[in-house]
Design a protein around this ligand. Structure first.
Ligand SMILES: NC(=O)c1ccc[n+]([C@@H]2O[C@H](COP(=O)([O-])OP(=O)(O)OC[C@H]3O[C@@H](n4cnc5c(N)ncnc54)[C@H](OP(=O)(O)O)[C@@H]3O)[C@@H](O)[C@H]2O)c1
Length: 279
């Protein structure tokens, strides 16, 4: 398998070009699935306070035997911890549950604009970075306006914005904005979950031409867009296939025909980050 390359982050660190999503893996089965993902070769793990599985992720890291410095661990600050002191305590809680001294990346999970404390939360993450608890800091589900507000306040730009992105919802404007701002686009629900286009002719035809699975075609589409996907799978076989997307290439026409699967209501959540909030 050709190993995943890395992207350079704007703060000088690097991030693997594909990661493993850990929601909703919990308990012993969850630990086993995460250990399996590390064994098949994932180096980026994506968790969150709200997934209630940071303990499992930490345990899986230790059981895997892979040295800590070879892994890139991301967690996320929940909406209910946006107050400055709450956010600092929340990061400490994440580190304790994970059993780590430092997170490679911590994200504000949702801007929760109706609460209106995401700028304060960002100041707290920047302080945690200064203290050495967080190597890099980023956000999730931020719009261009939210990004502008935190950069104006702190002069610190997030290295990553993790957003919903899949063939039904390819987010060209958001990707362009990220490129302009030097922010890596990370894609959650990269397959599109219940809307996964795995039987769409555009995806199936490319899979047949290349001798790969439809899931691999969708993840390769992300790679060629410059989007960093974090697929979740409980199956070791699908985990391995999902990671193996760096040894073949879609044509420009194939990429365009998969992007053309976009739908006006393609978003998995009915609302958008301005209306959907995660506490
Ligand atoms: N920041 C946010 O607000 C946010 C929101 C949602 C998710 N996330 C993160 O993003 C990660 C991924 O998102 P997600 O789990 O919603 O969606 P996803 O990774 O796009 O899809 C996961 C689903 O697809 C199936 N699957 C995986 N690989 C497959 C393949 N090759 N062929 C067919 N089916 C396949 C999995 O089933 P099996 O397990 O049976 O393989 C699972 O049901 C989460 O785990 C989480 O870390 C973040």
């Amino acid at each position: 398998m050709t190993p995943a390359p890395t992207y350079a982050l704007s703060d000088g660190h690097e991030i693997p070009a594909i990661g493993f999503g850990t929601y909703p893996l919990k308990g012993e089965d969850g630990i086993a699935a995460i250990v399996s993902a590390i064994e098949v070769g994932y180096r980026l793990l994506d968790t969150a306070v709200n997934y209630e599985n940071e303990t499992e992720v930490g345990e899986a890291i230790r059981r895997s035997g892979v040295p800590r410095e070879e892994l890139f661990v991301t967690s996320k600050l929940p909406g209910r911890h946006h107050g400055y002191d709450d956010a600092i305590a929340s990061v400490q809680g994440s580190l304790e549950r994970l059993g780590l001294e430092q997170l490679d990346l911590h994200l504000i999970h949702w801007p929760n604009p109706s609460v209106g404390q995401y700028v304060e939360a960002w100041r707290a993450l920047v302080e945690c970075q200064r203290r050495g608890w967080l190597r890099s800091v980023g956000v999730s589900n931020f719009t261009v306006e939210h990004l502008a507000a935190i950069v104006e306040d702190t002069a610190v730009a997030p290295v990553v914005n993790q957003v919903e992105l899949h063939p039904r919802f390819p987010q060209p404007e958001m990707r362009e904005a990220h490129a302009r701002l030097g922010i890596v686009t990370e894609a959650w629900s990269p397959m599109g979950k219940r809307r996964a286009p795995l039987e769409e002719p555009a995806v199936v035809a490319a899979a047949e031409r290349l001798g790969v699975t439809p899931g691999q075609v969708v993840l390769r589409w992300h790679v060629q867009l410059g989007s960093l996907p974090i697929p979740k799978s409980s199956s070791r076989e699908r985990q391995a296939a999902n990671l193996d997307v760096f040894s073949f290439e879609l044509t420009d026409d194939e990429v365009a025909s998969i992007s053309a699967l976009a739908e006006p209501d393609g978003r998995l959540f009915g609302g958008d980050p301005d209306s959907h909030e995660e506490m």
